[in-house]
Design a protein around this ligand. Structure first.
Ligand SMILES: C[S@@+](CC[C@H](N)C(=O)[O-])C[C@H]1O[C@@H](n2cnc3c(N)ncnc32)[C@H](O)[C@@H]1O
Length: 275
């Protein structure tokens, strides 16, 4: 049943509003990338360029809006990419400290290992891999994976030059065999705009319990960028707080017609201690 909030706040409208205001996606000055977009674009395909100042490189992300919301860029993804792009180890804001914590936990292993849940187009995981030189497993429902694989392939050189690597895998929240398939050996778990339909709250929490509370090395956290749309979402946070310590590590101000901005939460074991 829809609430008055559901009618008032439409994710698609907000998505489009935020995309117009998006200051991460710069007009594309790289003539090669402009050519890719111009040559390939039929009406149902859109290419978005994300210029990453921190590594002076541009990612190109294919969206397929006619295939549904999993194939579009959501506002929280833009915030996440922007925060990663501003990250340096000397930053002392809570978001950066969380990333630094994960980076410094790597020890003798070669690369930071990140798992992204509900990746959609894959932009956040691909950006994280390029910016942090990380080994990133980007996951989503099986039917979404071909577009993520396309985006991982198009950006393979940017990611590879930085020493990163992107792997694509199916992970339907709550499905034990798929959770075991990707395992839990990660230094950090990330996600953006993954809390929206209430029937997905419980499977997402089951997945987080497997990833953060199960055996494994290190103290893993889940960094989640979220744009609140419905009052019912407080139900997700209430359930999550039974299992996890949940802190806000970043807050955008309201943008466009949206009353709230994107908030980034950190989920960790209840006994976790942070700087
Ligand atoms: C609103 S979209 C956000 C996509 C992307 N993270 C972004 O911010 O642009 C939510 C994503 O969660 C994925 N998703 C929905 N239900 C899921 C489930 N049961 N298991 C895994 N992923 C799921 C969708 O396919 C979609 O890609």
């Amino acid at each position: 049943m829809t609430t008055s909030d559901d009618e008032e706040i439409n994710p698609v409208t907000m998505l489009l509003l935020d995309q117009k205001d998006d200051d991460v996606s710069q007009p594309n000055n790289n003539s090669n990338i402009i050519n890719i977009a111009e040559v390939v674009v039929p009406t149902a395909v859109e290419h978005q360029s994300y210029h990453l100042n921190s590594i002076t490189s541009t990612l190109v992300i294919r969206q397929l809006p006619s295939q549904g919301l999993s194939f579009q860029l959501w506002p929280a993804a833009t915030t996440f990419v922007k925060l990663l792009d501003s990250y340096t180890p000397s930053n002392t804001d809570p978001f950066s400290l969380t990333v630094t914590n994960a980076v410094t936990s790597v020890n003798c292993r070669q690369r930071l290992r990140i798992l992204e849940l509900g990746s959609g187009t894959g932009v956040v995981g691909i950006a994280a891999s390029a910016i942090l030189g990380a080994d990133v497993t980007v996951t989503d429902l099986p039917h979404v994976l071909p577009n993520i694989e396309f985006n991982a392939d198009v950006n393979k050189n940017v990611v590879g030059t930085r020493g990163g690597g992107v792997h694509v895998a199916a992970l339907s929240w709550g499905k034990v065999e798929e959770m075991e398939g990707v395992g839990r050996e990660y230094d950090m778990v990330i996600g953006s705009d993954v809390v929206y339909h209430d029937h997905l709250y419980e499977p997402l929490i089951q997945t987080l319990k497997y990833l953060l509370l199960g055996d494994g090395d290190g103290e893993r956290v889940f960094l989640m960028a979220h744009l609140r749309r419905w009052k019912k979402e407080s139900g997700f946070f209430k359930k999550a707080k039974k299992w996890f310590k949940v802190d806000v590590v970043h807050e955008d101000g309201p943008s466009g017609k949206s009353r709230t901005g994107v908030v980034v939460y950190r989920f960790a074991r209840k006994d976790a201690v942070f700087r």
